[in-house]
Design a protein around this ligand. Structure first.
Ligand code: HEC
Ligand code: HEC
Length: 151
């Protein structure tokens, strides 16, 4: 029974795809989004690589408990199951020699608060939270301000 529901779902989504693909031109109705006014079935050309701001001092935080912004280039830094380039400088073991800031104790805590002997899996993919910066105009105007206590 479940299988039949699954199959019919699959079939109808395939049919739907067929209809969309058969159409050469899918209009976005003149509505522009963050990807511009590129039509729905056309691939937007990729944005050029951004130049990352590099500076010697850390960025000021905008709110308490903010993951600090990355003040250096990270291009070609491998992050995979076998290697984590960030930890080659930022782990407690390597930080002294590399001169990088140590990852904080929170990076060793598992979800249930247990403190692990090595970086916690939920803190392994650094770029989930830490990002380098680029001098760019905001995509959308906003009036965000740093919290009072950090101004
Ligand atoms: C070659 C060593 C090295 C590697 C690799 C490296 N960093 Fe760094 N990082 C540093 C140093 C040194 C600093 C101190 C600030 C400076 O001088 O740029 C720093 C600063 C930082 C900061 C700011 C800390 C603060 O207190 O504000 C963050 C966040 C950071 N790095 C994240 C990363 C992430 C994420 C990666 C991997 C994508 C990474 N770093 C890879 C050396 C490194
Ligand atoms: C889930 C989000 C998250 C991930 C993933 C994460 N961090 Fe962080 N990081 C934070 C937050 C939040 C802070 C600031 C509060 C704190 O220290 O916990 C921080 C703080 C830091 C600091 C500054 C420590 C200090 O004492 O000032 C460094 C350096 C850092 N992280 C590096 C890393 C590196 C390298 C990785 C990957 C191995 C990583 N982080 C993964 C959220 C994250």
């Amino acid at each position: 029974m479940k299988m039949r529901v699954l199959l019919s779902g699959l079939l109808s989504s395939l049919l739907l795809c067929g209809v969309v693909v058969a159409n050469d031109y899918v209009s976005n109705g003149g509505v522009a989004s963050l990807r511009g006014d590129t039509e729905l079935n056309t691939q937007n050309s990729a944005a050029g690589l951004k130049s990352v701001v590099e500076q010697d001092k850390p960025y000021d935080a905008d709110y308490v408990f903010q993951p600090p912004l990355i003040p250096h280039q990270i291009r070609h830094y491998e992050m995979s199951l076998n290697a984590n380039k960030c930890l080659s400088c930022h782990s407690w073991k390597n930080a002294r020699e590399s001169g990088a800031t140590k990852i904080s104790v929170t990076h060793y805590e598992a979800r249930d608060g247990q403190v692990l002997a090595d970086v916690s899996p939920r803190r392994y993919f650094c770029l989930q939270c830490h990002v380098p910066q680029n001098e760019a105009a905001p995509l959308i105007e906003n009036e965000y301000e740093r919290v009072e206590s950090l101004r």
